[in-house]
Ligand binder design. Structure first.
Ligand SMILES: N[C@@H](CCC(=O)N[C@@H](CS)C(=O)NCC(=O)O)C(=O)O
Length: 254
């Protein structure tokens, strides 16, 4: 629900005009939220979350210029400049998963996650953290390593194929990462599962459940609103694909 476009110099600044009274019962008053963003990067998660929740936010980035968007993040003077960086009231915070949990816990306590006492909550929480803790971490470590030395055999360690296979197996029995319903865990998982295929780290054809899930979540109006606000020109600044990945199959013996 992005309605007001303020373009000052090259900064693209958007505001959702839905006001804080839309937050659910028991929710704390939402402070002003400004999302510092890089197109096509993890900061999309926070934009998507706010769109799903129909909560107000400002979005700051320079359209079509990742360098200028990053400079705006650095100008905030935070010790760890990365996207997303969110100005939350008078605090500056990083780490997309933590930002999502904070906003849900305080401002939308009954939304986008399974009930706390359900079995689905247990796996929901695992995926919330798996997205960055294991999935993105393994993908980017393979990407860097394979760029330096193309792989000939599968590593004996958990690799990109293994971390994606785990998600594929879960989705063979579950519609979403939160179980039956769309949740914040799906918001966390889209970025690394896109990275896995866009960077050529895994063969997309091996993971049909992941592909079907991606289509499902990306068709959501909230995701489409996120795209319109945060990636109006499509993907920019793509990293090159890996030249070679190891043959698929069992991992090497320990
Ligand atoms: N675990 C962090 C990762 C944040 C991160 O590394 N973001 C990337 C963009 S996707 C970034 O800021 N890269 C710029 C840089 O590292 O200089 C999160 O989930 O927020």
């Amino acid at each position: 629900m992005l309605k007001l476009v303020l373009a000052a110099a090259t900064l693209c600044c958007l505001m959702n005009t839905t006001q804080a009274q839309t937050v659910s019962t028991g929710a704390m008053q939402l402070p002003d939220i400004t999302i510092y963003h890089l197109e096509g990067r993890r900061s999309e998660r926070i934009v998507w979350l706010m769109e799903e929740l129909e909560l107000p936010y400002e979005l700051v980035y320079t359209r079509g210029d990742l360098g200028a968007s990053m400079a705006a993040i650095r100008d905030l003077g935070h010790e760890m400049p990365m996207a997303p960086t969110v100005v939350y009231g008078d605090q500056i915070i990083v780490e997309s998963g933590a930002i999502i949990e904070l906003i849900l816990d305080r401002h939308a306590p009954d939304k986008l996650k399974p009930a706390l006492d359900s079995d689905q909550y247990v796996t929901y929480l695992m995926w919330m953290h798996y997205a960055e803790g294991s999935l993105a971490a393994r993908l980017f470590s393979d990407y860097r390593a394979w760029g330096i030395k193309p792989p000939e055999t599968r590593s004996r360690l958990v690799d990109s194929e293994a971390v994606v296979q785990f998600t594929e197996n879960f989705l063979s029995e579950n519609r979403y990462f939160g179980g039956d319903e769309f949740s914040a865990a799906d918001i966390m998982m889209v970025f690394p599962l896109n990275v896995a295929t866009v960077l050529g780290l895994v063969d997309e054809a091996m993971f049909p459940n992941v592909a079907a899930w991606k289509e499902r979540v990306m068709a959501r109006p909230g995701y489409q609103r996120m795209l319109a606000a945060a990636r109006p020109d499509g993907m920019i600044g793509n990293l090159p694909k890996v030249q070679q990945r190891p043959p698929s199959g069992p991992r090497g013996a320990r």
